[in-house]
Design a protein around this ligand. Sequence first.
Ligand SMILES: Nc1nc2c(ncn2[C@@H]2O[C@H](COP(=O)(O)OP(=O)(O)OP(=O)(O)O)[C@@H](O)[C@H]2O)c(=O)[nH]1
Length: 404
Amino acid sequence: MDIILLVVIIAVVAVLAVAGLLVGRRRRQAPPPPADRGAGATGTTTAPPAEPQVGDDAATPVTEERRTVEDVTLPPAPGETVEAPEAPEIEVPEPSAGRLVRLRARLARSQSSLGKGLLTLLSRERLDEETWEEVEDTLLTADIGVGPTQELVERLRERVRVLGTRTPEELRTLLREELLAQLDPSLDRTVRTEGGVSVEGEERPAVILVVGVNGTGKTTTTGKLARVLVADGRSVVLGAADTFRAAAADQLQTWGQRVGARTVRGPEGGDPASVAYDAVREGIEATADVVLIDTAGRLHTKTGLMDELGKVKRVVEKLGPVGEVLLVLDATTGQNGLVQARVFAEVVDITGIALTKLDGTAKGGIVVAVQRELGVPVKLVGLGEGPDDLAPFEPEAFVDALLD
Ligand SMILES: Nc1nc2c(ncn2[C@@H]2O[C@H](COP(=O)(O)OP(=O)(O)OP(=O)(O)O)[C@@H](O)[C@H]2O)c(=O)[nH]1
């Protein structure tokens, strides 16, 4: 009998000890503060209580209001249609035709010292040596370059001499013609967006490589160009081959999303050529009209740049031809821009120039200088930070704005 009593006592003590241990462990696992549970439920009295979390103490009383079936989002019943989450609104950019005319006031403002300055000088009663020197200085200050300046001054002197007396109208016409001649209006300035054909004879989207030093507005220009192309009825795939900076890919993707263009990107620091290849493949699969590839220009040595851009081009050309290599130059950097242009031209065949930030400099003459330097036309000009502030370059509209 005594033994049975002893066994019962030992069993009771053991059960109590085990129960004590369990309760102690639970207490140590502090439950999360109520505010952390269920984002959005904080601060409101009507919000449904949060879902219980793993590790919550079942003994903690639920003091919040009970949720009703209306408060809980239930999974759809079989066959029930669910509304898709709202897609980001796609913008309809304005057509590219006539953009330069729209932006004319901006050009007139920034370049007035060139156009109006020249007109004022040429309207002087006596055109002596000193005045011609001032004409020359005005042209040089506007970064037209030494060769074109000498040519222009020579031609102006000759024509003014032949003209004799000059009316303001005659002077304007004369200056307009001579400035226009320096811009060479006969150059083909269309951005090449016709698709190509692969070596196997299959149709391919047009491929445009955008190159240039970082900070010139390259990524912004690629994004703006996507808008220009979409505005003109082309479907576009973007390739974020500037893999050095994740923010550049994010920036490009945002531009793309705004006009419904997909952006192909790779890991930060990944192989730019591989991103470019994937972008073109995506363009082929999606039967896009144009694949626009933003490349990196952060390379300090010419060999590095050559290796990288050369590789991007070679790899892309395995899929189809590259129709256009656009060099982005910042007009505000003046002669430095020309140095960059020279380096890039040695590395890759440039087919067109996009000159940015013309709204922020009086040095519009760089258009003439860079065309002369590379023998390649300026095809696009950037005239502001707005999404539609990139315009196809039209020499006539440009000169008219200078002389406004
Ligand atoms: N005023 C003006 N600003 C411009 C123009 N084009 C670009 N920008 C600005 O120039 C700055 C640099 O542009 P980005 O596109 O970031 O330059 P990036 O060359 O791609 O440089 P990374 O992003 O470092 O590769 C941005 O603030 C643009 O808004 C232009 O035509 N006019």
